[in-house]
Write a protein that binds this ligand. Sequence first.
Ligand code: 7RM
Length: 659
Amino acid sequence: RAGLAYDRTMSDEPHDTIDALSSENRTFPPSATFKADSLVVDTSLYDEANEDDEAFWARQATELVDWSEPWDTVLDWQLPYAKWFEGATLNVAHNCLDRHVAAGKGGKVAIHWEGEPGDTRKITYQDLLDEVSQFSNVLKGLGVDKGDRVNIYLPMIPEAAVAMLACARIGAAHSVVFGGFSSQSLSDRINDAEAKVLITADGGYRRGEVFPLKPAADEACESTPTIEHMIVVKRGGNDVTMVEGRDHWYHDLMDGASTDCPAEPMEAEHLLFLLYTSGTTGKPKGIMHTTGGYLTQVTYTHKYVFDLQPETDVFWCTADVGWITGHSYIVYGPLSNGCTQVMYEGVPNHPGNDRFWEIVEKYGVTIFYTAPTAIRTFMKWGADEPAKHDLSSLRLLGTVGEPINPEAWMWYHEHIGGERCPIVDTWWQTETGGIMISPLPGATTTKPGSATFPLPGVTAELVDDEAQPVPVGGGYLTLTRPWPGMLRGIWGDPDRYRETYWSRFEGRYFAGDGAKLDDAGYLWLLGRVDDVMNVSGHRISTTEVESALVSHPAVAEAAVVGATDATTGQAVIAYVILRGGADVGEQDLRAHVASEIGAIAKPRKVFITPDLPKTRSGKIMRRLLRDVAEGRLIGDTTTLADASIVDELQAKAAASTDD
Ligand code: 7RM
């Protein structure tokens, strides 16, 4: 029988879409209490956007953003190139700072910053405006002009936001490189962008120690001919060497710099920033985002997805500013909406595993936005950690970055949200600029593990291999209409832009995710299509098997991959992290998967492991697990957060007798 099944994969029989194996029936409508103060409690925004999406976005742009000159056209769409709000001008820093100060909110806290060692800074909108204006003058003084690129390589300190906003203020594009990246990654990105200035720090705090940044910046700049100046923020206090003429201390340059620097209006399509994504193959792509559309989308999504009550909310997004989530939901969205937020420098387990919950309690955080990988780590650490703190200020929770397994969703709901907070599972990408698929928390009945529906103004469709719409079941997630925050291209490589995103399905944007639609029209993300496993002709998503594993009470986190198998084409190999104190046998876990979603998805082998290979932003790197499972030489590990785990897994694979 197995042989027959394998033949199916070789035949012409269609096996084009992704199988939908699991079903989740729990539903969570917004409570009456939540609805009472919610911005959206019905379908009005969806109806309006369905009627005329351009008019809908134009209304959002008018209401949420301050423009210096109005636009002539809302959208000019020459696939794959969109121009939004052409003819209009605006300044992003003005929208994030000046307009709030002018409205009398200068004394309001913009950022409650907490350093990892426990030092704090309270920064008001007036403070931030002054510091950004001063730093804008500093950049100008170093010869940075409108249209130039500036690289930023900083820890999670307020100066990161200051530097980004100062660039926006003077029309220079920033390119932020995550502080955990190597000097090689930094120099590659600087050279691709041809940046003039690099802003870094001596070092920052991580896990109780100072990690040096300046030495990596120095090394990078040995091969970056375009860099004229390096600006160094003093944070770690570690020893650094300053190169005469090139290097300047931030505090020296700021000392005496004028706080007067008018925000100059930019064209709506002026380049706001580049952000490099590494992807799985090839050189990093400099994703281009522009001014008016991007600001409209992040302001709109931050307001409605998080159901913002600007006077009372304390927002906390735990991402690093080096990722798109930090750009859109630490810097631009929250500040454009004039809200108060928390920014934290360090790791969640310093000094204890309850650091995040201590911060929530201390600042009275009301909206908390984090990644599923973090939630699964909290599950591993146990519910006692959040239970040590009063988390009653929380009223809304969010997730981003990966599919969230239903059990992790339930754990978040129960142990962090006290069963009272809606959860918004937000799907989007560096390329989309802002959230695309998510519940509206006062209007949408959620289901654990589903990102639910495209937001008003966004149209998504699943298609099969022949680009035919899939109304129910698994398929490829595509976007059918342009949206204001969409990427405008790949820096210096228009062919790659068209090829990567617009060529697989004609007229559609496709960036590589699978998803399924249930019979009520809810969307369930199924992971990257490159990771889909083909077992006896069944196309099985990693997400569904991983969720089945995580639904076992002993399991905190799981990763599965398809490894070549003589009988079935591919077989499922699972890597599992147990919850603190739990124990379980391999056969139990295999049987559990079979009973949850079917024998076809039963792993051939389950490895228990203390950790999994992840990118620095916390996404599981299944490509490396595939290499391990197939006994291959391990591929490129430069984007791994911790390379030692791969060696450990290889040793385990070698030691196991495969049956
Ligand atoms: C924001 C961000 C993008 C990729 C994307 C997906 C995955 C993100 C979700 C998700 C399932 C989610 N940008 N992804 N959010 N998958 N549910 N809510 O993460 O450019 O770094 O990554 O992340 O595969 O294509 S990103």
